[in-house]
Design a protein around this ligand. Structure first.
Ligand SMILES: *Cc1c(COP(=O)(O)O)cnc(C)c1O
Length: 437
């Protein structure tokens, strides 16, 4: 047993997204409160990335902890086929009330990847149920939709997928027209993508219908692909074009949901109603793994009629876990009580970006609670060594940061105090100066 916070390599653990035998051992965390994580060695870190983008209201929030506790004493779990329960119904009703009007059917699963798998299966079988063979999915360059096989297939091919590429179904991909402050090429790139997509959808008509099942997109912000941000008119055009050609539009809001983009959902900020939406990360406020795929009545109804062949044969042992639902309901209470916290963050982020002018920084950008920029030094890409340097040195400045290659970003919990926010901005400026020196 080791007790140091750089605990050495544990003999029994295999960590995610972590090369074995490289880099420093993980830091041992003993508790958390608000935006802060407390380490075993006595240090405290401000969680600048909401712990893999899940935490909304702060760590160990007593209101959510209480809700889980109360639910655990009543009913911890029950099979969700042939049985139902109040927390699942209450949460589904609440989510449908918050989402655009056409999204009315909530299907539960466990995490972002499964939410995407469910969306892909739903969409594929929807067309099959309607007697239309549609084999093509359209996705975007740089996309990330999760680590299971279907989610990997619609995500961009990368070093993360390369060992499995031969098993991933083919997907047609279009450029993602990302933009940043000072970008004057975006109009043109958006137009090019939209007209290429339009031409593609027009071409694919056979036997009176399209060969394309759906377009899947991370609306407003591509997360793991490097916090690449697009504009709302692009999403509006995407909706127009898909609707015109009777192709489904899937929003993967696993990361952008629950306030991240400055409104409760990116679809709300963009004023776009997708046919299917995937939600996970922030759903329980960062407490428990839970996900939903919410579909339109039209998609849902194609599965009707009681025919086994038309049924969506998908489910997980912990589907609609009551503890997860209770946590999500409590998290939604806090979200609705604190709208100003996520609505107000973008203005601070924009002011922060203005203070970076003397640093080797490009593509400054912010959407809601997310702010990002790229360092012009280094090699670029996910394996840029500058990422490891910043990640390793951030704890010395009291920060938890995990750059995506040369992209430095912040995605803090909404409870970040004014003082903590100033500390984070200052720490990042100092860190960048240090690693480029
Ligand atoms: C994180 C993420 C996923 C996968 O979610 P997991 O919970 O990690 O499986 C899917 N889509 C997007 C946009 C994500 O950011």
């Amino acid at each position: 047993m080791t007790s140091s916070s750089r605990g050495g390599s544990d003999p029994h653990l295999w960590y995610p997204f972590s090369p074995i035998g490289g880099g420093p051992p993980p830091l041992r965390v003993v508790s958390g409160q608000g935006a802060k994580l407390h380490l075993e060695d006595g240090r405290s870190l401000i969680d600048c990335i909401s712990s893999w983008w899940v935490n909304l209201h702060g760590h160990a929030h007593p209101y959510i902890a209480e809700a889980i506790h109360a639910q655990a004493r009543k009913l911890e779990h029950v099979v969700f086929a042939g049985f139902t329960h109040e927390p699942a119904e209450a949460l589904a009703g609440r989510l449908v009330g918050l989402l655009p009007g056409g999204l009315t059917r909530v299907f539960y699963s466990d995490d972002g990847s499964t939410a995407v798998e469910v969306a892909l299966k739903m969409v594929h079988q929807h067309w099959q149920n309607r007697g239309e063979a549609r084999r093509t999915f359209i996705a975007f360059e740089g996309a990330y939709h999760g680590d299971t096989f279907g989610a990997m297939a619609v995500g961009a091919r990368s070093a993360f997928t390369s060992a499995f590429d031969e098993f991933l179904f083919p997907v047609e991909r279009f450029p993602f027209p990302d933009t940043w402050i000072g970008d004057d090429t975006c109009d043109e790139r958006e137009k090019a993508v939209v007209s290429a997509l339009e031409a593609r959808l027009a071409r694919g008509r056979t036997a009176g219908h399209s060969d394309v099942a759906a377009v899947i997109v991370e609306p407003l912000v591509q997360g793991a692909g490097g916090m690449r941000m697009c504009r709302t008119p692009f999403l509006n055009r995407l909706r127009d074009v898909t609707r015109e050609h009777d192709v489904l539009l899937v929003f993967d809001e696993v990361m952008t949901g629950f306030g991240r983009t400055g409104e409760r959902f990116a679809c709300e900020r963009a004023g776009v109603e997708p046919d299917v939406i995937c939600l996970a990360k922030g759903l329980t406020g960062g407490f428990l793994p839970l996900a939903v795929t919410v579909a339109s009545a039209e998609v849902y109804e194609s599965f009707g009629g009681g025919d086994p062949k038309r049924t969506l044969w998908h489910g997980h042992s912990y589907t609609a876990n009551p503890l997860g639902c209770a946590a999500a309901l409590a998290s939604l209470d806090l979200l609705e009580e604190n709208v100003d916290a996520f609505r107000g963050m973008e203005a601070h982020h924009l002011a922060f970006l203005d203070t970076l002018a003397d640093l080797p920084v490009e593509r400054p950008r912010a959407t809601g609670t997310i702010v990002a920029f790229d360092l012009t030094t280094g090699t670029g890409g996910y394996f840029d060594p500058v990422a490891a340097k910043i990640k390793e040195r951030a704890p010395d400045r009291g920060l938890l940061l995990r750059p995506l290659g040369n992209t430095v970003y912040l995605m803090p919990p909404y409870c970040l105090s004014d003082e903590e926010r100033r500390e984070v901005y200052k720490g990042i400026r100092e860190l960048v100066r240090e690693v480029i020196a």
